[in-house]
Design a protein around this ligand. Structure first.
Ligand SMILES: [Mn+2]
Length: 151
């Protein structure tokens, strides 16, 4: 899935092999949504459209609006694209029971992506500008832990 190993093995400044940069389609805009999820613990779910699914991260604190703010973001299972417009109450007894609101949404531009770093530019109503997700090992789910920052 990731091109991290591809890039790591090559010096693309001296070799003419293609870079791992993800081509941007001019017609296809990518969507993002941030859900405010009143589950057993209030959290926000950042979801970015990638390869036909919504890659998703659960964020325990309010999303970062200013440079320098760091948020732990725990990667969770991919969600279907249609989840981007979902809002409502997940009934008691179900996974993630509680109210789900759309906190922000809009289009976004993927700048770069590998297995350790994802750079993107949000064009939302609340969040605008360049952001980065950087792989970390912090917290109690080290394999799923990322840091989400505005840059
Ligand atoms: Mn959630």
């Amino acid at each position: 899935m990731s091109l991290y190993q591809y890039t790591k093995k090559r010096n693309l400044k001296s070799s003419k092999e293609p870079s791992a940069k993800i081509p941007q389609s001019k017609n296809k805009k990518l969507i993002f949504v941030i859900h405010e999820h009143h589950a057993s613990h209030l959290h926000w779910d950042l979801r970015l459209e990638m390869l036909g699914v919504l890659k998703s991260w659960a964020v325990p604190k309010t999303p970062p609006k200013t440079k320098g703010e760091k948020r732990l973001a725990i990667q969770v299972e991919d969600h279907p694209l249609a989840y981007a417009t979902f809002k409502g109450t997940i009934p008691e007894g179900n996974y993630g029971a509680g109210e789900v609101k759309i906190w922000d949404n809009g289009k976004y531009k993927l700048i770069s992506k590998d297995s350790k770093k994802i750079e993107f530019e949000l064009h939302g109503k609340k969040l605008k500008g360049k952001y980065v997700l950087v792989k970390t090992h912090y917290g109690n789910k080290p394999n799923k832990s990322w840091l989400w920052m505005k840059i």
